[in-house]
Design a protein around this ligand. Sequence first.
Ligand SMILES: [Zn+2]
Length: 241
Amino acid sequence: MESILIEKGETMPYTIVNQLIPESLYRLKSPYPMVPEYVTIHNTANDASAKNEISYMQRNTAPTSFHVAIDDQYAVQAIPFTRNGWHAGDGQGPGNRKSIGIEICYSKSGGKKYAEAEANAIEYIAHVLNQYGWGVERVKWHRDWSGKNCPHRIFDEGRATEVKNRISKRLLEIKGIEKGEDSVATPNEHIPSDTHKAAWEWAKEKGFLNGEFPRETLTRQQFATVLMRLYEDLNARFDSK
Ligand SMILES: [Zn+2]
């Protein structure tokens, strides 16, 4: 798998662009074949677009490189997932040799464009995880590998947990869509899915169900209790007339 695969008819909130480095640059920027095991998240710490970020990476003579840059409109890939990049600052460690480096653009100034770039990156990374059959534990920060304060904006805003939660939520949704489930938009076991929310609230308010574990299966004995509550409720209505 060299890149993200898009299903037929699937729409993404951004456009995927291939701007792959020429093989002549492999020696400098991507010397090793790679079997990826992780995704590493970065903030660019500048305000360049994804396309410009990639162009600059290709143009400069430093070995520094990464696989994908994502902004508010584009996810631009420069290196196949089957080759390494020099982005993690851990030398020959797993950051550089076993992880897909993803740069989120516009992090210097932040604001709306950054927020959209980050949302796009969350979407993109969830698809990468799904594609490899990985969980969110495969997502690393640049800091995990080398201690560098990157992705700086996510850390400065205290949103590291939030970002990982959003990735895992989106991953569950993507898996649910593939399995044809009605909705797993809220994977929390204490929250009913959108489809069943209204009925759940009604049954809870009426006292037919106790309002716990909306996503668990109903046993025959629990069903008997529900039937009895329904029956008693109906009787009470007729008696009061
Ligand atoms: Zn970084």
